[in-house]
Design a protein around this ligand. Structure first.
Ligand code: NDP
Length: 291
């Protein structure tokens, strides 16, 4: 008897959705430019972390392609607290700049929380300022929402995948992905379990999940037999196994035979993060010029 082929999850195509969001953003930028308004983003990079350089360049390229005025403020790895603070305050006070992004990680002598709090919350394109995170927690409207989790929510919505009443398991509790992701899901009426490195019995918890969000940074941590049949799997992880190969936090080949929907790596969450950054930049610009 011939065995039937394993079921295959449907792909959540972040790349295609990001292209659509970027096309929409470009139209908005074109309209703003016709009225003499040019959305402007400044990315601050401290030091020479290779992955950061790639991300920063990519963000600048996409911004320029959409007509956003974009530039990188590159500071040396040994930059002082005073100099970095002065740069941020200078951008805060420059009315031609609408969005400020501080690329992480920072060198160990600089605490990112200090500089996120120093950034004008109205220009905080990553939504990391305590006011913006606090508004998210309180169910109020932040000036901007963190790009990666906000992009993941947009992905679920674009594919009409319901969140309300679902059990969502988020693996990873970073301020930039896991925690805001958990709150965005909670706001949308999911029952959320937020896991981390001290969580006991992670596979059993993940097996209960209708929606799994993996934001860990451990290559292929989540195995196929952790996934509940039909679950939605969002893999935020970007791990370099060698110079060229990127893998996620989910063992894709295994998981796709069990899941209902799954994001690939690359081509899933990564492009959405950048597209959301562009959307946030333009939204902040509109908030500032239109009051
Ligand atoms: P962090 O290192 O800041 O956080 C990782 C989280 O994973 C922590 O909460 C940590 O727990 C938890 N963790 C680590 N090991 C385990 C484990 N074995 N079991 C369960 N939990 C574990 O990472 P980020 O949130 O910044 O990034 C996570 C991943 O997402 C990375 O691969 C990163 O490259 C990627 N990323 C991708 C983006 C995109 O656009 N696609 C954007 C941002 C990040 P604890 O808190 O206890 O230490």
């Amino acid at each position: 008897m011939m065995s039937s082929p394993p079921p295959s999850a449907q792909c959540l195509d972040g790349k295609a959705l990001a292209a659509q969001w970027q096309a929409d953003t470009k139209q908005t930028v074109d309209r703003l430019r016709h009225t003499g308004i040019v959305p402007a983003l400044r990315v601050i990079q401290v030091g020479e972390v290779a992955a950061s350089s790639v991300y920063v360049r990519r963000k600048a390229q996409v911004a320029q392609a959409l007509g956003i005025d974009s530039d990188i403020v590159h500071l040396p790895a040994d930059v002082s607290h005073e100099t970095l603070s002065d740069v941020i305050v200078g951008l805060n006070n420059d009315s031609a700049i609408h969005a400020i992004l501080l690329q992480l990680p920072l060198p160990s002598h600089l605490n990112p929380l200090v500089y996120q709090a120093l950034t004008d919350p109205k220009k905080d394109v990553d939504g990391f300022h305590p006011m913006n995170l606090g508004r998210l927690l309180a169910g109020d409207t932040p000036y901007a929402l963190p790009c990666t989790p906000w992009g993941c929510i947009g992905l679920l919505e674009a594919y009409n995948l319901s969140i309300a009443g679902k059990h969502a398991v988020v693996i990873g509790r970073s301020n930039i992905v896991g925690k805001p992701m958990a709150h965005l899901l909670l706001q949308r009426q999911a029952t959320v379990t937020l896991c981390h490195s001290k969580t006991v019995g992670l596979p059993a918890l993940v097996r209960q999940a209708d929606i799994v969000v993996a934001a860990v940074g451990v290559p292929e941590l989540v195995r196929g037999d952790w996934i509940k049949p039909g679950a939605v799997v969002i893999d935020v992880g970007i791990n370099r196994t060698n110079q060229v190969t990127l893998v996620g936090d989910v063992a894709f080949e295994e998981a796709q035979t069990v899941a209902g929907w799954i994001t690939p790596v690359p081509g899933g969450v990564g492009p959405l993060t950048i597209a959301t950054l562009m959307r946030n930049t333009v939204a902040l610009c509109q908030q500032q010029v239109q009051g």
